[in-house]
Design a protein around this ligand. Structure first.
Ligand SMILES: [Zn+2]
Length: 191
């Protein structure tokens, strides 16, 4: 009996166009994931945010408006984390337990604020690079083939600027089948 786990994460949603499609694919494959949501997106799409939660996926805080962590005052940076957490709590009725900094750029005051909010900081081991000029389906699939046991995998359900959830979705069902064939079981991040 294999216990090899992988941790799928989707950032920058909820996105009214793309998140429902990602949810449908995950549901068909009986897979649970963690969604790092942007607070102001959650406020704009509260029903969609609740659908993520109700489907049994985990939710993480990805700040209120996804500003780059390095280019704001410490006071504003802390507020980005706190306001993001509050936006998700208000919509879901429960506090997020994970935090991921925008662009993966860690800043001490923001990690500290996340911990004050009861959130564990989570980065990733492998990125699909499902954005920008490299974000075409074929390249995404190739990068995801390298996922191994224990990896936290970064993908994007939110269009936010230059992400390519349209490209990711072309290969997501096949990726999930390959994981299953390899005995890798997607699981929620351990709290
Ligand atoms: Zn992001």
């Amino acid at each position: 009996m294999s216990t090899d786990r992988v941790y799928l994460t989707f950032d920058d949603g909820p996105d009214p166009e793309w998140t429902p499609r990602v949810l449908d694919v995950l549901e068909q494959a009986h897979v649970k994931a963690t969604f790092f949501a942007i607070g102001q997106h959650a406020q704009r799409a509260p029903d969609l945010m609740r659908r993520i939660h109700a489907a049994g996926h985990a939710v993480g805080n990805h700040t209120f408006s996804h500003r780059h962590p390095w280019f704001m005052s410490q006071r504003t940076a802390r507020a980005q984390v706190r306001d993001g957490a509050n936006a998700l709590s208000d919509v879901l009725g429960v506090a997020p337990r994970f935090y991921r900094p925008p662009h993966g750029r860690q800043r001490a005051c923001m990690s500290d604020e996340a911990q004050r909010c009861g959130e564990q900081v989570v980065l990733w081991d492998i990125s699909a690079v499902d954005w920008g000029p490299l974000g075409a389906a074929e390249g995404i699939a190739k990068r995801l083939d390298a996922v191994k046991s224990g990896d936290v995998v970064l993908m994007h359900d939110g269009r936010n600027q230059h992400n390519r959830p349209d490209q990711l979705l072309q290969i997501l069902p096949l990726f999930l089948r390959k994981l299953s064939d390899r005995g890798l079981q997607p699981a929620l991040l351990p709290a």
